[in-house]
Structure formats: C-alpha cells, structure tokens
Design a binder for this molecule. Structure first.
Ligand SMILES: Cc1cc2nc3c(=O)[nH]c(=O)nc-3n(C[C@H](O)[C@H](O)[C@H](O)COP(=O)(O)OP(=O)(O)OC[C@H]3O[C@@H](n4cnc5c(N)ncnc54)[C@H](O)[C@@H]3O)c2cc1C
Ligand code: FES
Length: 286
C-alpha cells in the first residue's frame, strides 16, 4: 500500500538512504576500507558531493557517526570510506560484510574550495587517518590533471604496516605527473625503500615551490598540525591558502544540535575544512 506520509531525504534531513557494502577489507589492523553503493540507482548516481565533505553512516541498532568521503566525485556511483574502530558505531560497522546494508545521509560540510584551487599547485600533507579525506582530493586532482599545476603528496605514518592505502600510494608514485613522497617514523620491516623520519623530513624534497600559487592541504593527528604548519609558514604559503580538515564531535551534521559548535561556529556547516587564517585564534580547533 502506498504510504502517503512517507517523506523524502530532501524533506527530512535525518532520514538515511539505504546503501549496500560492495567491498570491504582491512587497510591496517584497526582501519577498514568500505566501498558502498546507494541502493536506489537514481539516487546513487545523483549523489553529488565535493572533495572534503563527509557523510553520516548508520547501522541499525548501533547508531550513526560522521565519516569523510574518501572517494572522488569524478567517479560517481560508488562511495568509499576508511574507518577506524574506536567505539560502538565503528565496531558495528566493522562487523558488517560485503552485501550488508547501512544507512547513509549527506553529503555534509563545506568541502575544499575547488574553484579557488584550480590553476594552482596543490601540496597535500597527510598523516594517519588524514589520508581518508585527502585521498579524495588527490584522486580528484589526478582525474582532472590539466586543471591543476604541480600535485605534491607528502604522506607519513608511524610504520609501514600503519600507512593507510600504502599499496595505492606506492603505485601512484610511478606517475610522472605526481610528486609523491612517503615516509615512516620507523621501519619495522627491513624492506621499506621510501623515506624514514617524521613527515616534516619530507619538506626539503620539495623544490622550487611558488608559495603565492600553492594551496597546501593538511590532515592528520593533532600533533602533526603544529609541525607541518611551521614548515608551510616557512615556505611562505599564504595563511588563507593553507587548508585543514578538522574533526569535532558531531551528532546531527546539519547545524541543529550544537554538538560541534565553537564560538558560534558550527563545524558541521562551516567546516570541516578551515583555512589557517580562519582558525589562527581558535586554540580549541587545532
Ligand atoms: C567530519 C568528520 C569526519 C570524520 N571522518 C572519519 C573518517 O574518515 N574515518 C574515521 O575512522 N573516523 C572519522 N571521524 C571520526 C568518527 O566520526 C568517530 O570515530 C566516530 O564517531 C566514533 O564513533 P563510535 O560510536 O564508534 O565511538 P564512540 O563509542 O562514540 O567513542 C569511542 C571513543 O572514541 C572517542 N571519539 C569518538 N568520536 C571522536 C572524534 N570525532 N574525535 C575524537 N575522539 C572521538 C570517544 O571519546 C571515545 O573515547 C570523523 C569525524 C568527523 C567529525
Ligand atoms: S553536529 Fe549538530 S550542529 Fe553540528
């Protein structure tokens, strides 16, 4: 029977869209990759998002949580996520297998300012789970290679087994149109052939950077920001061209609950992407 009272996701922002897990596998011991397809084909193909946006993922009986979209909008139809097991919702997501269903609502957040970034050099610095949102940017730039200048990737991890998407980045390293530098703090394998040292030890490898035409994108563990920002300022990159994606505790994702607010800034609406200029006086954010 037709339900006349049924509301669409567009009318009710809290209504999730059923989606199927197409592929899932471990990236590291506590991080899993999920490739997901919205069940309704029309909605799957018309799910428009920007690089740097996030989605709320729900599991029946467990709840929902925000996750950065790791896929690129230049490849529509499938959504990808890198999810670390930390608590109730993420443990429930970890138990799911291919073909299981989840709920998705979104996309939310401001995302990266692609229009402003076009025509400029892009310097991406990622550490740990920071690879989740910044992979989306990297793949987008590579899929639209003629729209950007140099694309430089600096990726750091504690050790090779903890480097998210290690194989993918190692294979991207073969591309001539990407300057890709990978580093681990410590090599516990004996066969790591890339750089060893914290991610900032990769900065001297960047040659002839033109700061005025460079956008620097950063995402990683809190400790990383302080040191990476120092390097970016040393390179004279303008503070409003340093872009960071920052996490806060979020509940609704749509500016209704106030969980993510700092100084009247709702990070789910005004973020998660901020310029260094935006947050310079907001100690709580970085
Ligand atoms: C915009 C945004 C994007 C995100 N993207 C990703 C992503 O791509 N991949 C990913 O794995 N995670 C991401 N997160 C974090 C993710 O939302 C949390 O890990 C998740 O909400 C934890 O839910 P839970 O029910 O499993 O844990 P809970 O049971 O709620 O908590 C378990 C533990 O984790 C802590 N915790 C929970 N959420 C956070 C948080 N946001 N920051 C710090 N500590 C937290 C709690 O204090 C507690 O100690 C993102 C968060 C935001 C706001
Ligand atoms: S998460 Fe509810 S207002 Fe931002």
């Amino acid at each position: 029977m037709k339900n006349e009272n049924k509301v669409s996701t567009y009318e009710n922002p809290f209504l999730p869209e059923p989606a199927r897990i197409v592929r899932t596998y471990h990236l590291t011991e506590d991080v899993k990759f999920f490739q997901v397809r919205i069940a309704d084909m029309e909605k799957a193909l018309s799910f428009k998002y920007k690089i740097g946006q996030f989605a709320m993922i729900s599991v029946l009986g467990a709840g929902e949580a925000p996750f950065s979209i790791s896929s690129t909008p230049s490849r529509p139809g499938l959504l990808e996520f890198c999810i670390r097991k930390t608590g109730i919702v993420t443990e429930a997501i970890f138990r799911l297998k291919e073909n299981d269903m989840i709920g998705i609502r979104g996309p939310y957040g401001n995302g990266f300012p692609v229009e402003q970034m076009r025509g400029n050099d892009i310097l991406i610095t990622m550490g740990g789970l920071g690879a989740a949102p910044l992979r989306s940017v990297l793949l987008y730039c590579l899929d639209n290679r003629d729209q950007f200048g140099r694309v430089i990737l600096l990726h750091g991890a504690k050790k090779p087994s903890e480097m998210l998407l290690r194989e993918e980045f190692l294979s991207l390293k073969q591309r001539q149109d990407l300057e890709c530098h990978l580093s681990v703090d410590k090599d516990d394998t004996g066969n790591w052939t890339e750089n060893t040292g914290v991610v900032t030890t990769l900065f001297p490898k960047i040659e002839n950077l033109v700061p005025s035409s460079t956008y620097a994108l950063v995402c990683g563990p809190p400790v990383m920001y302080k040191f990476v920002l120092k390097e970016l300022l040393k390179l004279n990159i303008p503070k409003d061209q340093i872009l960071m994606t920052l996490e806060r505790r979020m509940k609704c994702g749509v500016g209704k609950c106030g969980h993510c607010a700092i100084d009247y800034i709702y990070t789910c609406l005004d973020g998660p992407v901020f310029t260094y200029w935006d947050v310079i006086h907001m100690r709580e954010l970085i």
